[in-house]
Structures are given as structure tokens and as C-alpha cells.
Ligand binder design. Structure first.
Ligand code: SFD
Ligand code: AMP
Length: 629
């Protein structure tokens, strides 16, 4: 591997990092303001935009749509739904800001060519109250095309992995990274930076190991870059304890929403019991959140997990029963019945073919006919994602009209506590349930605010060249380390001088799985196991300095793992700090098994201090801005 990496410098006004849903929203909006004021917008993605990020495979539903103009819902309805789902812990202002803009993002998608399902009256077909059905195999291609058209191909850098933020006098002034295809080191200098590099997968040992390794619900290429970037910039973070454990079709992770909401399916245990009914009394233990409807996602999980713990699994999605129920009214008319059954079968397969193709393959290869036989569902390994029902991310400012004058506001919507650094999507915390559409809307909000910030602070701060030189050395050091020591042993995989990224990842995942409540420890832990994790973490971090790479591909894996490590550490610290159990279907503290509203109905926030390498954790109050209980 040659060590002569060319340095490429790019100077811009706004740098958007990531090419996913949030970034595509930001690109469209920022380009509009950029054209008006002569400002340049540049976007950098580690992959190729038309298929990068969580929506790359496509989706079969848009999960946030309010239908305000149609009189379907209000912004307040949505805040209430989100706050209840997260057991009281969410930011009114951020949720409201997204909710009031999300419908217009959905209308843009439709204008750009995304096929939304319509009924015979031309109205959108709803999956549930907030969800719209789409034929979304090419969802990301369509949204990325609009973003590319807005800022121009010449301003888009693909296949560049961003590793570090550039900070000068506490302000974010750019980022550095490397090409995953060429021997090039990139320095992006900017007046403002927007971080939207998605969530984190692979911190916990996945259920899919061996021949299924690499399969996950959220994309395996979401590797914690948002959390790393914002933490390393010195930004305040929030809800790092709030991981997401979805219930999914077992082994290929097919989503369940369409089955529960559109097909009105039940899930039952091996004895045919519906745990949502047999376990309903358990909900009384979780304060007022046990009586809200819909039942919060984590409590729904919890009821199923209780059945599993008692040996009443596996759990099954009763697809055959749901399809039969929907076709029932056509039973007297054979032709209409046949047609309806065909239509339902098509919808069942399309749900996966649009979004989780491997689930359709698994069905096909295991002779599943959903109209004839139930399919197993199960809780997955934990993920870090704030756009679905998790909540971890950076603590960002709200918009002035909603939270001005409160501690939620410090100047520019969606700016982190680091001046010049904005965030959206999985990168921002405490505003969950934004999904693909809300993330796009949040990206637009952040993109617009960032352009305003640039107009108000229109100076290009030059990053320190010595810092950049040092970063370049650090980024490529894993290649040099391998070259230096590769001949020490007869097997490259076994060498006392370095650790390869796959081995490192397995170690991180084992640690988190066993001591911080992964699948094998039944999502449970206590202080003793967290202390053990913290002890092992010290060794793991020491060895992170010895990560080695044989080629550019492995260098990417090295940096993905370094990023994951920070998300893992932030999580470990946050769950140790919160001495209660608030989301029992996501994790359970056996030493503090109850909800403690008086002490813990608050945000757990944290910062990492770049100057002394110290972490601090603290509580922040939850403000009630809309009078929503
Ligand atoms: O059914 C770097 N999501 C769903 N949303 C919906 O609206 N409907 C659904 O049906 C949804 N479901 C679903 C969903 C996701 C997945 C994977 C499945 C099913 C199987 C959620 C949305 O997809 C999600 O909310 C948004 O996409 C989040 O957007 P954003 O922008 O926060 O993240 P991204 O789109 O993953 O993009 C990240 C980008 O960053 C790049 N990147 N670039 C440079 N340097 C680095 N170091 C980088 N690291 C990452 C990525 O390449 C990417 O471009 S259902 O389950 O509910
Ligand atoms: P999922 O497929 O689990 O990602 O869910 C898609 C959407 O449906 C999300 O908005 C979920 O919150 C919602 N959802 C899924 N299952 C249920 C359920 N049983 N009750 C209410 N909402 C659900």
C-alpha cells in the first residue's frame, strides 16, 4: 500500500456531511438560499447518494405525515404521540418544528416522482394514523436526484469517508476525510457544517452471525459517524441511553408496521396467546405511559419479551389470520374473493420487496406463503437512531418562535452547542419519530438555518495547518502500522503489534452484548455489569490505537469501528448515569427496576471535553411548551 496520499482541499460556504435523507433535504433548501445570496453548498458522502443511507434499499411507507391541510391531525397531536411513545422524554420544540414542515417534504417527494398509494377518491392510502403507503423501491434515487439537481454534481463528493471535525476557537470550520477508492486525503474548509451521517449499527453483537453476519435491520454501513463527529467537536449530546430495539420478522429483519397497522394483524406466542392482551396488567407498572394509546413501542416490546423469558416463544405474526380476516367479506363471491386474496398477497410481498428484500428472499427460500402460514417475529439487537423510536443524538437549538427565551434556544435552529455545527436526522437527539420524511424536513430546517448563520457570520476561518497535518498522519497510521509489523507472524490475522478491524468489532460487540444489555443478556444489566464493561473498555480503547489496515477498504473499516466505539462509550456512560428503568422493552436495569418520575423525568445530557479528554454527564429539564401532559 503506497503511503503517498495526495491532499485535496475544497473551500465552500456550507459543507453538508452525509448524503442521506437529512442531507438531501438540507441540500435542496440550502441551494435555494445559496443561489439567492451567492453562497456555495458542498456535500460529501462516504457512499453513492442515489443508494446511500437507510433509504438506499427503498421503503414501503412514509412514516411521518400529519395531513394538516386535510384536517387530519394537528402538530400538538404529534407532539403528544411522540412524547408518550418515549415515556415523556422528548423536546416539544424540535418535534413541533419538524411536524409543521413534514407534509411539505412529502408533497415534494410526490412532485419529484415518488408513487404514493391513492384510493379511489385520490386520497393518500394510510397505513396507520401517521403513515402513508408508497411504492418506494426507488425512494432514495428520487430524493437524491432532486438534491443533486439543486446543488450540482460538481459540488458533490462521493466515496469520501469523513473522519474528523475541524475546530478553531470552539467553532466548527470544516472536516477532513479520505477517499475510499483513491489515495487521497480531503480537507473541507467551510463557514458552517451540517452533520447528517446517520445512526449506529454494530455496537451490539447482532443476532445474525456466521453466514448471516452483516445482516441487520438498520444499515450495517451506519457506523456512528454522526455521534463521533459531534462528540469530537465538543457538542453537547442527549438521550445517549435511548437505544432502539425494534421487533422485526426474524432473521431477515422485515418491518412489522404494515402488518400491525395496514393488515391489522395480531402477534401471538407459541401457545396462540396475544401477549398484548394476556400481559395488559403489566402496563400498570409503567405510570401514566402504560395507559396511553398507542401503547409506547418499548412497552409493546416488553410484553412480548416477558413471554419469551417465560419460555412461551417463539412469537408469530399471524399473517394468515390477518389476510383471511381482510378477505372475509368477499367469501360469498368466489371471483371477488380470489381477486382480493391475490391483491393482499401482492401487498404482503411488496411490503418487503420495496424495503427489506432479504425478507422476501427468506420467505421464498423457506416456502412461506403469508396467506397460509404465520411468520416468526423477534426483538433485534439494539441500534442508535433518533429518527425512529430511539432518541440519541446532539442537543440542538430549537426555532426562535417555538422555544425562544428558553434553554432550548441559542440562536439558530438545529445548531449544536458548537457554533457553526448543525445537525439533522439520526444526528440530532430528543426529537424521535421523524422517519424518512421528518428527517428530510429537519434537513431543510437545518440547511436554511445554516445559510442564515453564514450570512450573519460571513468569515472563512482558516484551520490550523499543523492540526490538519497531524490528522492526516493519524488517519493513515493504521496502514503504516500494518506495513511495519506484517512480517512478524506467519498469519496476518494474528499479530501482537496490531488488531484488525473485524477482530476489534467482535470484541466491542461481545463486551456490549454481555455487560450492557444486548440480546444474550436479555437487554438487562446492573451496576456491577456496567462497571465490568467500563473496566474492559479501558483495554479496548488502548487497543483502538493499534487498529491496523491492509488496504483502503480495511482503513474504512478501521475508522468505522473507531466511530462506533465512541457511540458505545457514550451509551455506557448514559445508562450508568440514569438510575431507573424507563424503557423496559429497550433495556432493563435490574438494580433499578422501576420508573422514577420524580428523579428521572429529565434528559440525560453529556459532553466530552476536547481540551482535557473528560466526559461530564448532567440532567436537563424537560420543558412543557405546548401544555401537553
Ligand atoms: O418500516 C457518511 N426508516 C423508515 N422511515 C420511513 O419513513 N418509513 C419506513 O417505512 C421506515 N422504516 C425503515 C427505515 C429505515 C430502514 C433501514 C428500514 C426500514 C429497513 C427510517 C429512515 O430510513 C431514516 O429515518 C432516515 O433515512 C434517516 O436519515 P439520515 O439522513 O439521518 O440518515 P441516512 O439516510 O442513513 O444517511 C446517512 C448518510 O451519511 C453517510 N455517511 N458520509 C461521509 N462520511 C462518513 N463517515 C459517513 N457515515 C455515514 C451515508 O452514506 C448516508 O449517505 S420502518 O422500519 O419504519
Ligand atoms: P415499524 O415497521 O415497526 O418500523 O413501524 C412502522 C410505523 O408503524 C412506525 O411509525 C411505528 O411506530 C408504527 N407501529 C408499528 N407497530 C405498531 C403498533 N403495534 N401499534 C402502533 N403503531 C405501530
Amino acid at each position: 500500500m503506497p503511503m503517498n496520499f495526495e491532499t485535496v482541499e475544497v473551500t465552500t460556504d456550507l459543507l453538508i456531511i452525509g448524503g442521506g435523507m437529512g442531507s438531501c433535504g438540507a441540500a435542496v433548501e440550502a441551494a435555494h438560499w445559496g443561489k439567492k445570496h451567492g453562497l456555495k453548498v458542498t456535500l460529501v458522502d462516504k457512499a453513492s447518494m442515489p443508494r446511500s443511507g437507510a433509504v438506499g434499499m427503498g421503503l414501503s411507507a412514509i412514516n411521518q405525515y400529519l395531513g394538516v391541510a386535510e384536517g387530519l391531525n394537528t402538530v400538538e397531536d404529534y407532539i403528544k404521540y411522540v412524547k408518550h411513545d418515549l415515556m415523556g422524554v422528548a423536546r416539544d420544540d424540535l418535534v413541533a418544528n419538524i411536524a409543521r414542515h413534514v407534509d411539505s417534504s412529502v408533497h415534494l417527494f410526490e412532485k419529484w416522482g415518488l408513487p404514493l398509494w391513492k384510493d379511489e377518491n385520490g386520497a393518500y392510502v394510510h397505513e396507520g394514523r401517521w403513515q402513508l403507503m408508497i411504492s418506494g423501491e426507488s425512494y432514495k434515487v428520487i430524493v437524491a436526484e432532486a438534491a443533486k439537481n439543486a446543488i450540482g454534481d460538481e459540488n458533490i463528493y462521493e466515496r469520501i469517508f469523513i473522519t474528523e471535525p475541524l475546530i478553531e476557537n470552539g467553532k466548527c470550520v470544516g472536516a477532513v476525510g479520505f477517499s475510499v477508492r483513491e489515495n487521497k486525503f480531503y480537507v473541507f474548509k467551510a463557514k458552517a457544517v451540517m452533520c447528517a451521517m446517520g445512526g449506529t449499527v454494530g455496537v451490539f453483537k447482532p443476532k445474525s452471525t456466521g453466514e448471516g453476519a452483516g445482516r441487520s435491520w438498520y444499515p450495517p454501513f451506519s457506523t456512528g459517524s454522526s455521534a463521533y463527529f459531534t462528540l469530537k467537536a465538543g457538542a453537547e449530546m442527549t438521550c445517549q441511553e435511548v437505544r432502539f430495539v425494534p421487533i422485526r420478522f426474524k432473521d431477515a429483519y422485515g418491518p412489522v408496521g404494515a402488518w400491525f397497522l395496514l393488515f391489522k394483524s395480531r402477534a401471538t406466542n407459541a401457545l396462540g396467546e396475544n401477549y398484548m392482551e394476556t400481559r395488559v396488567g403489566e402496563l400498570d407498572n409503567w405510570g401514566k405511559y402504560g395507559s396511553v394509546r398507542p401503547i409506547p413501542a418499548n412497552l409493546r416490546n416488553y410484553l412480548g419479551l416477558l413471554d419469551i423469558k417465560e419460555g412461551k416463544g417463539p412469537l408469530f405474526m399471524r399473517t394468515e389470520e390477518a389476510i383471511a380476516n381482510l378477505a372475509k367479506k368477499y367469501e360469498g363471491e368466489p371471483k371477488a374473493f380470489k381477486k382480493k386474496m391475490k391483491e393482499l398477497e401482492n401487498e404482503a410481498w411488496e411490503d418487503f420487496l420495496d424495503m427489506t428484500i432479504s425478507q422476501a428472499l427468506l420467505w421464498a427460500s423457506t416456502n412461506v406463503e403469508p396467506e397460509a402460514k404465520s411468520s416468526e417475529i423477534a426483538a433485534t439487537e439494539p441500534y442508535f437512531i433518533s429518527s425512529h423510536s430511539g432518541s440519541s443524538g446532539a442537543w440542538v437549538s430549537g426555532p426562535e418562535d417555538l422555544s425562544g427565551g428558553t434553554d432550548y434556544f441559542w440562536g439558530y435552529a438545529n445548531m449544536t452547542t458548537v457554533p457553526g455545527l448543525f445537525a439533522a436526522g439520526d444526528a440530532t437527539g430528543a426529537c424521535p419519530h421523524k422517519f424518512s420524511s421528518g428527517t428530510h424536513a429537519e434537513g431543510r430546517i437545518a440547511g436554511k438555518a445554516a445559510m442564515k448563520y453564514i450570512l450573519d457570520n460571513n468569515t472563512q476561518v482558516e484551520p490550523n495547518p499543523e492540526v490538519i497535518a497531524k490528522m492526516k498522519e493519524t488517519i493513515f497510521q493504521p496502514l503504516a502500522l500494518f506495513e511495519e509489523h506484517k512480517n512478524f507472524s506467519t498469519d496476518e490475522n494474528v499479530n501482537p503489534n496490531y488488531i484488525l478491524p473485524k477482530q476489534f468489532m467482535y470484541r466491542l460487540q461481545k463486551l456490549m452484548d454481555e455487560y450492557v444489555g444486548g440480546v444474550s443478556s436479555n437487554f438487562s444489566f446492573n451496576k456491577a455489569s456496567l462497571d465490568k464493561a467500563a473496566e474492559l473498555f479501558v483495554f479496548l480503547k488502548e487497543d483502538a490505537e493499534k487498529l491496523a489496515a491492509r488496504d483502503l477498504y480495511e482503513l474504512l473499516r478501521v475508522w468505522e469501528n473507531k466511530h462506533r466505539l465512541w457511540q458505545a462509550e457514550a451509551h455506557l456512560k448514559a445508562v450508568a448515569f440514569r438510575e431507573e428503568t424507563r424503557w423496559p422493552g429497550y433495556y432493563f436495569r435490574t438494580d433499578f427496576p422501576n420508573l422514577k418520575e420524580e428523579d428521572w423525568l429529565c434528559f440525560v445530557n453529556m459532553t466530552w471535553n476536547p481540551t482535557n479528554n473528560e466526559w461530564s454527564l448532567f440532567k436537563r429539564p424537560i420543558l412543557d411548551l405546548f401544555g401537553i401532559e
